[in-house]
Write a protein that binds this ligand. Structure first.
Ligand SMILES: [Zn+2]
Length: 253
């Protein structure tokens, strides 16, 4: 929606410029600035899901709970460690799985679902160039992951998270057609950048607020090594993580 507004404002301002400023010495400069502004707004819309630029995404909860989300698994050893930590704290989370990894780690994929966590679609291959894919290729990527998940877990997720978090108008059309919901985050852990647990834990504990959707990666060693301490410290700050009572409905409101 915001994308359409941006296109409308850009087109109208180009028209006005051509009608009233074409004889002025700054005509081309004005056109350049308008084009640049359009491009900056468009790029921000692609990069930042929270702007809801191409489509409406869920980036925060309406409740005071905190939802942990884990991307890029299942991993053959780390996902199991994450599951054990979550179980010990009676926390339920969302796992945005990659279809290719799921078919290689079937047992752990099943365990995620059996332990009451929610499975989300994170594409079949997690191609880093996915934000440049055509509608047809995006549709194939997402549908293949749906099939991979269904083959093993016998469910078809209703939620999707784009790899790298980049979106575009093609995503909006495909997600709408598949009747899925796009889930972003309000707190990015940067666990793929942090090398040591101490820094990751301290960032997460400091930043976690009620209503947050936290982005983590269950395939990373540093995330597994940090998760237990993060949860303990966040809880002591009064943070309440989603439990089995909340998990089925927490993304619906
Ligand atoms: Zn990812």
């Amino acid at each position: 929606m915001k994308h359409k507004i941006n296109i409308f404002i850009f087109s109208a301002s180009i028209l006005v410029t051509c009608l009233f400023f074409s004889e002025t010495e700054h005509f081309y400069l004005i056109l350049f600035i308008l084009g640049l502004l359009f491009f900056i707004i468009l790029s921000a819309g692609v990069i930042f899901m929270k702007f809801n630029y191409f489509m409406k995404n869920k980036n925060r909860l309406n409740s005071a709970k905190v939802l942990l989300t884990f991307d890029d698994g299942p991993h053959n050893s780390n996902t199991d460690k994450v599951l054990r930590i979550l179980k010990s704290h009676e926390i339920k989370a969302v796992f945005f799985v990659i279809g290719d990894r799921l078919t290689k780690n079937k047992e752990i994929a099943l365990k995620i679902a059996q332990e009451g966590h929610i499975i989300g679609n994170h594409s079949q291959t997690h191609n880093p160039m996915m934000s440049l894919f055509s509608k047809r290729r995006l549709n194939t990527e997402i549908n293949q992951a749906q099939e991979s998940i269904f083959q093993i877990i016998k469910i078809k997720p209703s939620i999707f998270r784009p790899p790298i978090g980049y979106t575009n108008p093609n995503y909006a059309a495909v997600i709408k057609k598949l009747n899925m919901k796009c889930i972003g985050w309000s707190l990015r852990s940067y666990d793929s950048i942090y090398k040591t647990s101490d820094k990751l834990i301290s960032r997460l504990v400091k930043k976690t607020k009620p209503g947050d959707i936290v982005l983590l990666h269950d395939n990373l060693d540093v995330t597994c090594a940090s998760l237990n301490q993060y949860i303990i410290k966040a809880k002591s700050n009064g943070i309440i993580f989603a439990s089995s009572e909340d998990i089925q409905n927490i993304l619906d409101d």
